[in-house]
Structures are given as structure tokens and as C-alpha cells.
Design a binder for this molecule. Structure first.
Ligand SMILES: Nc1ncnc2c1ncn2[C@@H]1O[C@H](COP(=O)(O)OP(=O)(O)O)[C@@H](O)[C@H]1O
Ligand SMILES: [Mg+2]
Length: 374
């Protein structure tokens, strides 16, 4: 019998597996009066991907997350979750787990009651709720602590409860807005590892917000660098770190030496640049276009070299050397410019007296042509 004409249409909330957990923002904009908090942002997160929005305070990270979660309306644009527009859906129907600073635990409820809350909102009966809350608490390492109230728990434990509450209804994706900002350094690093482990085990997509570059570098599949409500660069952490396209990104993501330059030639991903007192050299060219250029060389990529090296070399004076345990930081003045060279303590030319003449060099693949914005 041919039933094709009588089969019910697929339920509207059916989600293709390959789209579950995908998030897409299309030209999303948010203005408050004459402040543009988010400026026509495009962003897409693949299922299972860990994407971090990294930017200074006020760059629009929280506003972006609030719009994805459904706590703020969009001025224009659209958000899709699992491939479908959600602009008309209230937060609880978006199937997203959220840990936001503005969405703290309920102080009058126990940990278990907090974790059960999203299930209660979804009309799940109490026996099932309790069982799932216990499982979620166990998953974040809090088995047996369900009866405690938030004030009877440490900051780290409270963050774990918030994470359990975000995960308990098996959401398509997690939105985490500076979830570790209130924790001290050691606890923060421990939580970073735990969140990564949990994310891998569950295969869940995560949009994570931080202004801490180390946190972004260590946790993300992809970093989206934001400034003034816009994406200024995105890519794998190593890629953005190694190939910043502007001086602002280079400075925001680590320390660097910036050498203003004139571009003489650009071909095949390599630029020949005139660095003034640093001579003419070759550097990587990723196609950044602007009015003024500089070369960025990270301190760990600047090296002491022999004085007879012919290319990518400059001569200057050693100002100081400071041991930092595993590394040594040397300050130098080369061609009238103060720069920093960092090397492993084991490979050091330490012992080189202050004020002696030194030659420094760089490898063509580790110096990046970028646009000078400031
Ligand atoms: N409710 C609001 N009313 C007015 N301005 C706001 C509001 N929320 C955020 N802003 C402004 O929008 C910009 C982006 O803020 P936010 O998204 O909180 O940045 P971030 O999370 O990156 O620090 C800031 O200039 C901020 O002052
Ligand atoms: Mg914020």
C-alpha cells in the first residue's frame, strides 16, 4: 500500500542530526539609543564546535549572547539554531543551556532544586526531574551535594551547579558568558579543563565568552575577536595568534614587537619590506590591506643570530636580561627601537653583558605583515 500521501508531515521541531547544535547569526544588530552594541554581526557555529568570542569590555560579547539566548531582542538580523530561525521563540524554547553572570543560581533553592528548575519549566514530572538532576550533578563532580544551598558552596562548586543546570535538559548547545571570571586562577584553570572534557564527552557545541586571551587560546576550536560590536578577525587560536591582520589584534592577543615598514613588494604570500634601521627583510603576507603597515614579531620569534647573517637581521644593544624561570626576557634597542626577545632559559645567550652589541634576526614565516590602525 502506498502511504506517502497519508503520512503526517514531519513535526516542525524535527532537527536533522547534522544540524543539531548549529548556531548562525546573520547580520545581527543591536542598538541602544545611539550606541551600537552589536554591528551587523555574522557568525556561524558548527555542531560540536567550541567557539570563543574574545574582546575587551564593551565590545558586544554579552549583548550577542543575550540575543542568541533570547533575553534581548534584535534590532535587525536573524538568529538560527539547528538551522531554523528562532527570533520569535522565548528562551526556554531555544534549547540552549546558558551560564551567564546575570543568570545566577536561585539562593533560596538547593543545588538539586536549581538544577531541576529548567526541567520543571519544561513540565517534566518530579521523579524524572530528581533522577536527571542527580545525574547532571554527578557529571560535574557534585554527586551527593544536591541538598546544599548556594551559600553553603564554594564559588567553584556554585559554577558547577550552574553548569549542571545548563546541561540537565540535554540542550543543543551551551552559551557560557565569562563563567569563570569570579574564580581564582587555579580554580579557573581546573574548570577550563573540566568544561573542555565535558564538551568533548557530550559532543555539544559551545559559544564561550571571555576577555582573557589565555583562556580563549587554551579552550577554543575557533576564536572570534570582537571590537566595537564587530568581528575583526577569526580563526583557529594558533592561526590568529601567529597571523594577526592588524596591530590591534596582535597586541590584544599577546605581546609583540611592532616595526613600522614600507612595503616594497608583495608576492606569493611573502612581502619584501623596508624596516628603516632594521634594513630590508622578508615577512609573511596574509593579504592585510590598509593605509599604513608594520611587521609584527612575537618576542619568542625574535632570535639572537650571528653577525654575518645576510637576511632578516638587525644590530642593536642589549639593555637588560630578566630570568623568568623557564624563559629569559631580554630588552634590546635595535635601530632606535626598544624590542623584547624571549627565549628558553636553556638556550640562552645569557651571560652576554648588558650594553653589548647583539644581532637579532627573524624567520620569514614568523614575522607577519599587518595593518597599522593606531
Ligand atoms: N541595556 C543596555 N543599555 C544601554 N547600553 C548597553 C546595554 N547593554 C549593553 N550596552 C552597551 O553596549 C556595548 C556592548 O556591551 P556588552 O555587550 O555588555 O559588551 P561586553 O560583554 O563585550 O563587555 C557597551 O557599550 C555597553 O555599554
Ligand atoms: Mg560581557
Amino acid at each position: 500500500m502506498n502511504t506517502s500521501t497519508t503520512l503526517p508531515a514531519p513535526a516542525p521541531d524535527t532537527v536533522a542530526d547534522e544540524e543539531r547544535g548549529s548556531i548562525e547569526l546573520r547580520r545581527v544588530r543591536k542598538t541602544y539609543g545611539d550606541v551600537t552594541a552589536v554591528d551587523d554581526l555574522d557568525l556561524s557555529v558548527s555542531p560540536g564546535e567550541f567557539v570563543t568570542l574574545l574582546g575587551p569590555s564593551g565590545s558586544g560579547k554579552t549583548t550577542t549572547m543575550m540575543m542568541v539566548a533570547g533575553f534581548e531582542e534584535l534590532t535587525s538580523g536573524t538568529v538560527l539554531i539547528d538551522g531554523k530561525p528562532v527570533d520569535r521563540l522565548p528562551p526556554k524554547d531555544r534549547n540552549l543551556g546558558v551560564v551567564f553572570q546575570s543568570y545566577a543560581l536561585f539562593p533560596h533553592m538547593t543545588a538539586a532544586e536549581n538544577v531541576e528548575f529548567p526541567l520543571r519549566m519544561r513540565g517534566i514530572r518530579s521523579g524524572e526531574r530528581r533522577k536527571r538532576a542527580e545525574e547532571a550533578l554527578a557529571r560535574v563532580g557534585l554527586a551527593g551535594l544536591g541538598d546544599r544551598r548556594p551559600r553553603q558552596m564554594s564559588g567553584g562548586q556554585q559554577q558547577r551547579v550552574a553548569l549542571a543546570r545548563a546541561l540537565v535538559f540535554n540542550p543543543a548547545a551551551l552559551l557560557l558568558d565569562e563563567p569563570m571570571a569570579a574564580l581564582d586562577k587555579r580554580l579557573r584553570e581546573q574548570m577550563q579543563d573540566e568544561v573542555k572534557t565535558l564538551q568533548r564527552a557530550l559532543g555539544i557545541s559551545v559559544v564561550f565568552v571571555t576577555h582573557d586571551q589565555d583562556e580563549a587560546m587554551s579552550m577554543s576550536d575557533r576564536i572570534v575577536v570582537m571590537r566595537d560590536g564587530r568581528v575583526v578577525q577569526e580563526g583557529a587560536p594558533e592561526d590568529v595568534y601567529a597571523h594577526p591582520l592588524t596591530d590591534w589584534v596582535a597586541n590584544f592577543l599577546g605581546d609583540t614587537n611592532l616595526l613600522p615598514c614600507t612595503v616594497l613588494e608583495r608576492r606569493g604570500g611573502v612581502a619584501v619590506v623596508d624596516l628603516g634601521a632594521w634594513g630590508v627583510g622578508r615577512v609573511l603576507d596574509r593579504g592585510a590591506e590598509g593605509d599604513a603597515y608594520a611587521v609584527s614579531i612575537r618576542p619568542e620569534h625574535l632570535r639572537f643570530v650571528d653577525a654575518d647573517r645576510s637576511e632578516n637581521r638587525a644590530t642593536g644593544r642589549l639593555l637588560s636580561s630578566t630570568g623568568l624561570g623557564a624563559t629569559v626576557r631580554h630588552r634590546l634597542n635595535v635601530g632606535g627601537k626598544d624590542v623584547v626577545l624571549r627565549e628558553l632559559s636553556t638556550g640562552t645567550r645569557g651571560g652576554c653583558p648588558t650594553d653589548s652589541e647583539v644581532s637579532v634576526g627573524w624567520s620569514q614565516d614568523e614575522a607577519q605583515l599587518l595593518v597599522l590602525e593606531s
